[in-house]
Structure formats: C-alpha cells, structure tokens
Write a protein that binds this ligand. Structure first.
Ligand code: HEM
Length: 532
C-alpha cells in the first residue's frame, strides 16, 4: 500500500509497506528515506558513509553515453517484415525463402548532422536503418532517404562530417543553416554536387518519417544457393505515399515543436495506424553493370527505375513503439557489416569504409565489445561462439572449451557449418596497390542534371530557393561563386536562379569537369515527389 505522508519539512512523502513495491538500492537493499542524505545532526555535514546517497548520485553522474558521431538524433520503432515474393533463384538468404513468413525488425529513423538535442525538421538527409532479426542472424540495411551520397570514398567521410558540424572554434552552426565550411568542402568536392541537389530539394524536409522513401544506396550482391551472384540496390517505398513540407512550414514547425517527427511516429503507432513500406529490389547482372553509363560501385550515382524497374518482394510494418527509449533507440547498433548468407558486399569504397566505421564507433559509444549482449542488438536465433569476457559480458562460453579446433567431441561445441555458414562471393580480384580514384567515377554532373530535369516546375523552384537560402548564409563570396560554377554544369536555369537570388551579377566561369557530362539523359519520373 502506498501512503502519502508528510516529512519533517512538510514535503509530501510516498511510502509503502508492500515488499514488492519497496524502493531498493541497485544492490537490492530496501530504502527507508530517499529524500534526505545522512548528516551529522540536522544542520551538520553529509557523511561519507551514506551509501544510499553515493550510489544514487554515482549512477546519475554516469547516465550519459556519447551520442552517435553522426545520426545522433533518431527515433526507433519495432515492426516486422513479411515476405510477399520468394527469391531463391537470386538469394539464399533465409529471410527471402518463404512467402508469408514474418521476420521481426527494429527501425531507427534519424537526421544526420544535428546533435541529439537538435530539431526534427532540419534540412538534412534522413537515416532509415532496419535490423532484420532473421533465423540465420541479424541483417542490417543501414540506408538513407536519398539514394545517393556526398562522397565516393570513405576516406573523405571525416572531412565531410567535420565541415557540416560545428566549427571547432565557435561551436556552431548546426545542421539548420548552411555555412562556410560546408559549402567550402562541397565546392571543392564536385562529386558531392549531385547529392546537394537532393539535399536542397523537398526530399530533405519530409513531412514525417512515415512519408519518405528509403534506399540502401550502395550496390550489394545477392548470392543464391548455387553461388550465382546478381547485383542489387535496395529500396523502401512508403505505402503512405511520399510527402514533404515546404521550407516556411519546416521553420515554423521547428519553432513550435522540435519533436514533430518523433511525436508523429509515436502517435500514429499508438493509435494503431501502422506505417508500411514495401521492400523493392533493383536486380542487374554484370552485362548491365558493364554497359551502364556510370560505375555501379560509385555511391554518388543511382540506377534510374526506368532502366531497372524496382521489384517489390515484401512489406515492412511498424507496429510497436519502444518500451524504453534509451535501452532500445539509443543503444541499438546498426552496422553495414551485419549481413547474412545470400547477401554480400561489393567493392564500393564507401561501403567498405563503412564496414569498419560502425563497429569501431560502437565499441566506444556502447562501452566495450559486448554490445550484442544488449537485448535490442542480440540475434533472435540461436547463437554460439567462443567470444568471452570483456566489459559487461553477460554470457560466456559454457564448460571448459573456449577454443577450436578441439577434440572434445559433443562437449566441444560449437562447430563450423559449411552448409549454411556465410561464404563470401568468390569474386576475382587483382591490381596494383595504389591510392587513386577510378576514372569511371569522374562524371559528377550528368545525374545531377537528370535529377533537376525530372522535377516539376515547382520542385525546381524549391531547389533553387534552397540553394539561395543556404548559400546566402555563406559569408565568403569566393565559395558562393565556386558552388555556382558547379551549378552551371548542372543546368543553366538553376545556376541563373540561384545567382539572381544571391545578387550575383557577374557569373563565374563554369567549373572544369573531370569528365564531359552526358547532357541527354532522359528525365525519370521516380525522382520527383509530385509525380509519385
Ligand atoms: C550512422 C559512419 C555513410 C547511413 C553512422 C555512424 C557512423 C557512420 C560512425 C554512427 C553509428 C553509431 O554510433 O551507432 C559512416 C561512414 C560513412 C557513412 C564512415 C561513409 C564512409 C553512410 C551512408 C548511409 C549512412 C552512405 C546511407 C546509405 C547511416 C545511418 C546511421 C548512420 C542510417 C544511423 C544508424 C542508427 O540509426 O543508429 N554512420 N556513415 N551512412 N549512418 Fe553512416
């Protein structure tokens, strides 16, 4: 029973005689008084021996863990993936074998650049990361709501992120406003221009997480049971449709409710209005890859859906809010390296760098090598290995054996399994060790132009307004002109509108392209929100 009584100072006290509801220390010891520290006399010093106070304060002092170095602000939701079309001819992945089977999932949506306390409606890329707890291990599809990326090689990721986050001297700005460092970096990295068109478009201010697409971005491989490989791009198509807000709305919403997107997701799920996305695959072979205008290993390029249609194979339904934001949303650890038999990586240099980065950062963020012991990260299928000890180890190998090979027979479990074990696709590789970007990555403007001409008039105006607003925050004229010199290679109309908006009267020379752009790529309807 809980009684409300009054303490000596008249403050309300909530006490109980019920053993099951008794407040305890972390060691399980019942607490009689959680309001007052132990002192020598009513006005005397607090005693060192007050173990109740010291334990309470010690734990509070250590509540914060490092926020994610990017994608710090996010929102996670449970759900399931239901297979609609089996694809054994393409992939041996267990999750793709049985129509109607449901696989549990956890999805975290995020902004990229802002810190954990920033606002939801920033003009920014959105993360769309899903962990599939498959029967053969966890598969993480760690994607974004934009199908291309700023850079081609992971070597440049720290520079990209430093340029967009707070400058080291002043500690600002945040993601909301453009600034010198970001545009300086972009103007000197022409491969980023395509992505900035998406970023200045309505795609970067989605109405909510429920109304945006998701993309795996990189080219991956699907590998079937016979070892045959196809290339694949993964897509999420929202059943709710694709919607964005306009910039003025975004600014007002940020002011009125910085939690707008997370609240929208919570409310929808709480009300039983479960959002759904179809999982689509664009599958192609070596012949297509060899003849495509761009390199399929270049993450700044997409494959137009008119060229390789998206085939829908299943549906993701998000149907449960988290019980505990910290335990689930904050502690979930996605990693591109988490793949399963039947899905494999390609030589995309951005993807290969990501495979290192996530595991590395999580070692620090989650305090040691045992973060797969946290329930949200643990597989939901049986798992056995000889990993042991380390900070916060919750389970260790059982019995005397913690190595292999061993001769302990049944007692020496676990054992390798060549039948269902993961095998990398045996791609032939050879080459000279060198630091060089492939020439096939050199066309930076053609797809940017294709994106621009695929937009409706009003969407094009929004893109021009986006660049104008963001570049107007950039103090340095040479940087603004350098960005304009790239936009001139994308589309004259766009460059002119932005120049006019910025009050530039003397246009710069167009940037010298590393490779002549293809100017006759046809528009693609899939690239426009309003045509979708
Ligand atoms: C989060 C690195 C490119 C999507 C992160 C984190 C790091 C990182 C260190 C924080 C992870 C954590 O603390 O748990 C990189 C590197 C990249 C790169 C080095 C390029 C070389 C990309 C790309 C995408 C992407 C191209 C989309 C396709 C995400 C998402 C998250 C994330 C969605 C948030 C995951 C979550 O919700 O916990 N990235 N990233 N990243 N990244 Fe990347």
């Amino acid at each position: 029973m809980t009684d409300e009584t009054r303490g000596k100072g008249g403050e309300p006290r909530q006490q109980t005689t019920d053993r099951d509801r008794t407040m305890t220390t972390a060691q399980g010891g019942p607490i009689s008084d959680d309001q007052n520290s132990l002192t020598a006399g009513p006005r005397g010093p607090v005693l060192m021996e007050d173990h109740v106070f010291r334990e309470k304060m010690f734990h509070f002092d250590h509540e914060r863990i490092p926020e994610r170095v990017v994608h710090a602000r996010g929102y996670g939701v449970h759900g399931h993936f239901e297979l609609k079309e089996a694809i054994p001819e393409l992939s041996a992945a267990d999750i793709f074998q049985r129509v109607g089977e449901k696989t549990p999932t956890f999805t975290r949506f995020s902004t990229v650049a802002g810190n954990k306390g920033s606002f939801d409606l920033a003009r920014d890329v959105r993360g769309f990361a899903t962990k599939f707890y498959t029967k053969e291990g966890n598969w993480d599809l760690v994607g974004n709501n934009i199908p291309v990326f700023f850079i081609q090689d992971a070597m440049k990721f720290p520079d990209l992120v430093h340029s967009v986050k707070a400058a080291p001297d002043r500690g600002f700005p945040q993601a909301q406003s453009a600034h010198d460092n970001f545009w300086d970096f972009i103007s000197l990295s022409p491969e980023a221009i395509h992505m900035t068109l998406w970023q200045m478009s309505d795609r970067a201010i989605p109405r909510s997480f429920r109304f945006m697409e998701g993309f795996g971005v990189h080219t991956f491989r699907l590998v079937n049971a016979e070892g045959k490989s196809h290339y694949v791009k993964f897509h999420w198509k929202p059943k709710q449709g694709l919607q964005s807000v306009v910039w003025n709305e975004a600014l007002k919403i940020n002011g009125a409710d910085p939690d707008f997107h997370r609240r929208d997701m919570w409310d929808a799920i709480d009300a039983g209005d479960f959002p759904q996305w179809d999982l689509g695959i664009q599958v192609f072979d070596d012949e297509f890859a060899d003849n495509f205008e761009f390199d399929i290993l270049d993450a700044t390029k997409l494959i137009p859906e008119e060229q390789v249609p998206v085939r829908i194979i299943g549906t993701l339904t998000l149907d449960a809010n988290v019980d505990n934001f910290f335990a689930e949303t904050e502690q979930v650890a996605f990693c591109t390296q988490n793949i399963v038999r039947g899905i494999d990586h390609t030589n995309d240099p951005l993807l290969q760098g990501r495979n290192f980065s996530y595991l590395d950062t999580q070692l620090k963020r989650l305090g040691g090598p045992n973060f797969t012991h946290i329930p949200i990260n643990a597989p939901k299928c049986p798992f056995h290995n000889f990993q042991q000890d380390g900070h916060m180890a919750m389970h260790n190998p059982k019995g005397r054996v913690n190595y292999e090979p061993n001769s302990w027979g049944e007692d020496g479990n676990p054992r390798e399994n060549p039948e269902i074990g993961f095998k990398s696709y045996p791609e032939e590789v050879s080459g000279t060790k060198q630091r060089v970007r492939s020439e096939t990555f050199a066309d930076h403007y053609s797809q940017a132009r294709q994106f621009y001409i695929s937009q409706t008039k009003i969407e094009q105006q929004h893109i021009a307004a986006g660049y104008t607003f963001e570049l107007s925050k950039c103090q340095e004229e040479p940087i603004r002109l350098r960005v304009l010199s790239h936009l001139m290679n994308v589309h004259d109309d766009l460059a002119k509108q932005v120049a006019e908006g910025l009050g530039v009267t003397q246009m710069p020379e167009p940037a010298t392209p590393a490779r002549e752009p293809i100017t006759d790529l046809p528009p693609s309807d899939a690239l426009s929100i309003l045509k979708n």
